[in-house]
Design a protein around this ligand. Structure first.
Ligand code: TRP
Length: 344
């Protein structure tokens, strides 16, 4: 095979890509685990942030709800402080390069690789035969999201690490197969204070938009009263707070609330234990409620305001989509060229 006699512009050095599914209420777990971090990273990186509507339909979505959820998630990113002038905010389906590259990657990734993906096994459950094909190749589309921009850094939570590994394998196999050095190996950006926020009702389950109990999560649209009520009702145990983090072992619910306090106050769980060791949970919950309302209500207010401004939100997405297309389109031309697609 002869390597195509073409040269490519160098990959960018500090480009972040990350995505979130627009499938319902954004909650505290999304905020502390991902979106807040995106807002912080945008000063040091070129940020490309995507509402992954094409990933969303790997499981059926009502079209009207999907449209509404894309707008609401966009409002969430804006309210969390992502600046649409510095960073790019857009929905995935606006940029054809994602689907185009995903097809190429469907032909690079191996069945065996995808068969090992734990998220597919979890989501498909016992009935694999009835899962959509899209759900199976979901990680290939995710690799395409990142690599269509030759992004170098990807902020992800624990649960997406395996998919990012796969994206790295795909990038490497593509480069090897075609004898090029085109795709970078995208690096995970893991948060220092790993904010893994759990359900308020069950300390062993991740806070999730699909939990049937609304009391299990703090939604970014909850007002102060709702936040207070949910924290008051959050599960704990009868013990007081320990003076040291070690004292939280085997106390998943207590640990979760301390973790939320630490994340919201930008401190550590050690510090929170030092400050509140010996306090009752009733007192600690009061302090946590005050902190949560203080930190979250400006965001809530902004989301409420943006809910009344759909034209503004759509304008942000339109502008972001255009800028994203301008970045991805020349890369796709290069990629098609490498693969040998004649572009007469
Ligand atoms: N799969 C991710 C999730 O469910 C969302 C996502 C899609 C993503 N494409 C991405 C995250 C690219 C990082 C990079 O959380």
């Amino acid at each position: 095979m002869s390597t195509p006699d073409i040269s490519f512009p160098p990959a960018p050095e500090n480009r972040i890509f990350s995505g979130v599914q627009p499938t319902g209420n954004l909650h505290l777990g999304n905020y502390l685990g991902a979106i807040r971090n995106w807002a912080r990273l945008q000063d040091d990186y070129e940020g490309i942030y995507c509402l992954v509507d094409m990933h969303a339909i790997t499981v059926f979505q009502d079209p009207e709800e999907l449209r509404a959820n894309i707008r609401e998630a966009t409002a969430g990113l804006l309210a969390a402080g992502i600046d649409p002038k510095t960073s790019i905010i857009f929905n995935q389906s606006q940029v054809p390069g994602h689907a185009e590259l995903a097809w190429v990657f469907n032909c690079v990734a191996r069945m065996g690789w995808l068969n090992r993906m734990t998220q597919f096994k979890d989501k498909a459950g016992k009935n694999r035969e009835r899962a959509s094909v899209g759900l199976f190749v979901y990680p290939n589309l995710m690799a395409a999201d990142i690599l269509a921009y030759r992004a170098t850094h990807v902020p992800v939570g624990e649960d997406q690490k395996q998919h990012l590994e796969l994206a790295r394998d795909i990038a490497q196999k593509f480069n090897n197969d075609y004898g090029v050095d085109y795709f970078p190996q995208p690096e995970p950006v893991i948060q220092k204070e790993a904010a893994r926020i759990m359900s308020l009702r069950d300390g062993s389950a991740k806070m999730s938009k699909s939990d049937p109990s609304d009391a299990s999560r703090i939604n970014l649209t909850d007002d102060a009263d709702a936040i207070a009520k949910k924290i008051r009702k959050a599960r704990t145990d009868p013990e007081a707070l320990p003076g040291e983090v070690d004292g939280l072992a085997e106390r998943a619910e207590a640990r979760n609330l301390v973790g939320i306090f630490a994340a919201l106050s930008d401190s550590t769980m050690e510090d929170v234990c030092k400050d509140f060791g010996g306090s009752s949970f009733a007192d600690f919950k009061k302090a946590l409620t005050e902190l949560a309302v203080d930190k979250l209500s400006p965001m809530t207010a902004e989301m409420v305001r943006l809910a009344d401004e759909p034209a503004y939100v759509d304008g942000i997405l339109r502008d972001g989509g255009e800028r994203a297309r301008d970045l991805a389109a020349p890369n796709l031309k290069d990629i098609y060229n490498i693969v040998g697609f004649l572009q007469p």
